[in-house]
Ligand binder design. Structure first.
Ligand code: MN
Length: 416
């Protein structure tokens, strides 16, 4: 625990990123080994504490991805998921073996619904499997996380007995997922307080929240859990994940920073890497976030209404509670129109990651002016499309991200 100058006690919050596991297993988000490796390196640059790299028993490719990531990540803990099954634990252990710091994350459902209908197991059988799996995992690594799947819909007495037993067996992190996004913020807060109060050895493990967004409450529930004393949160870039997704990493992190007065925790995240992380994931998966997505959406720092623009020009704090540059978003207040000059165009292109020769810039500028005579504002999409036309790079589907990706692949600029 740290004490700030103002005397407030501030705890370290562990950021567990599951973009490459929960996120990657969602429909349409699967990545190849090389792509997962590239994303993992960006996550390390971002400063996440734990990278959940995959679910090794699920496929050969997953096991290989986890092992490759484990071999090439220096700082972050690399975690592998495993059911409470010996073969899963052994496969996860093999996958994280090259890691400087490796974690086995083992899970079993604890709700009666999942036990009866999905697993066809008794409470006692699940209890025994959980303890045996944590014990087995601890033989491979000192860093073992246990998750009670569907925890928020489990019988509290039974859940507490399982948690006490897995901590005694050596689990160092205990994750209580709201697997189906059913909880509400006040409910999940009292749930965590109840469990942490009732489990006698709760102080021997870090408690963790893993919230889903089926009711759009994943981030709110995660913040409520932090308020209740949770010190690890599981989240994903752009909030991707099963069904409606997981808690969005960028939203959780920025909430803890912008509202540090309400959330006394500190993280190791470098917020200036948030936008780049979001953009890379978008480029790799081909799935863009909605324009109004908090922190990383196209409109998150865009102002068009006259009154807002006026307020922004007088004092940006009128309509912005954080600065775009803090989260790595290029300046969005520079609106291009027919009165803009080459300097502004060059600056905008630079912000999009395009470095241009003087000659290319002239050609892009002239086209921009022509277009600006037909429409009021030149958007980043327009500029990216103009750049691809002028530079002779063919772009199918004139979206900015696609155009930029194609331009970058053709050697313009310095990467996505
Ligand atoms: Mn999940």
């Amino acid at each position: 625990m740290l004490i700030t100058l103002s005397g407030m006690a501030v705890d370290r919050l562990v950021i567990f990123d599951t973009t490459l596991r929960d996120g990657e297993q969602a429909p349409g988000f699967s990545l190849r080994v090389e792509e997962k490796l590239r994303m993992a390196k960006q996550l390390e640059l971002l400063g996440v504490d734990v990278i959940e790299a995959g679910f090794p028993i699920s496929s050969e490719q997953d096991a290989e991805s986890v092992r490759r990531i484990a071999s090439s990540i220096d700082e972050a803990v690399v975690a592998a998921l495993a059911r409470c099954v010996p073969g899963d634990i052994d496969r996860a252990a093999w996958s994280i073996a090259p890691a400087r710091r490796g974690r086995i994350h083992t899970f079993i459902a604890t709700s009666d619904l999942h036990l009866k209908r999905k697993l066809n197991m008794s409470r006692q059988q699940a209890f025994d499997a959980a303890v045996a799996s944590v014990t087995r995992a601890r033989a491979y690594t000192d860093d073992v996380e246990f998750s009670a799947e569907d925890a928020t819909r489990s019988d509290l007495d039974y859940l507490c007995r399982v948690i006490e037993a897995v901590i005694r067996a050596g689990a160092t992190t205990v994750n209580l997922p709201d697997t189906v996004g059913y909880s509400t913020p006040d409910e999940i807060a009292s749930f965590f307080v109840d469990v942490m109060t009732r489990v006698p050895n709760a102080d021997k493990a870090i408690f963790s929240a893993h919230c889903h967004d089926d009711l759009g409450l994943a981030v709110a529930n995660t913040l409520a859990a932090i308020g209740a004393g949770v010190r690890q949160v599981e989240c994903t870039i752009n909030g991707i994940g099963e069904r409606a997704g997981n808690a969005s990493l960028e939203e959780v992190v920025m909430a803890t920073r912008v509202r540090a007065d309400r959330l006394p925790v500190t993280t190791n995240i470098h917020p200036s890497q948030l936008y780049a992380s979001s953009q890379l994931l978008t480029a790799l998966t081909g799935e863009a976030v909605q324009a109004n997505k908090a922190i990383v959406g196209r409109n998150a720092f865009a102002h068009e209404a006259g009154i807002h623009q006026d307020g922004m020009l007088k004092d940006r704090r009128c309509y912005e509670i954080m600065r775009p540059e803090d989260v790595g978003v290029p300046q969005t207040t520079l609106v291009l129109g027919r009165h803009s000059g080459r300097h502004a165009v060059a600056r905008r292109c630079e912000q999009l990651g395009l470095t241009l020769s003087r000659q290319d810039l002239d050609r892009i500028y002239r086209r921009m002016v022509t277009l600006a005579n037909q429409k009021k504002h030149i958007t980043d999409d327009d500029l990216a499309t103009i750049a691809s036309t002028v530079l002779g790079v063919s772009v199918a589907g004139p979206t900015r991200d696609h155009a930029l990706e194609t331009l970058h692949e053709a050697g313009y600029g310095f990467g996505v």
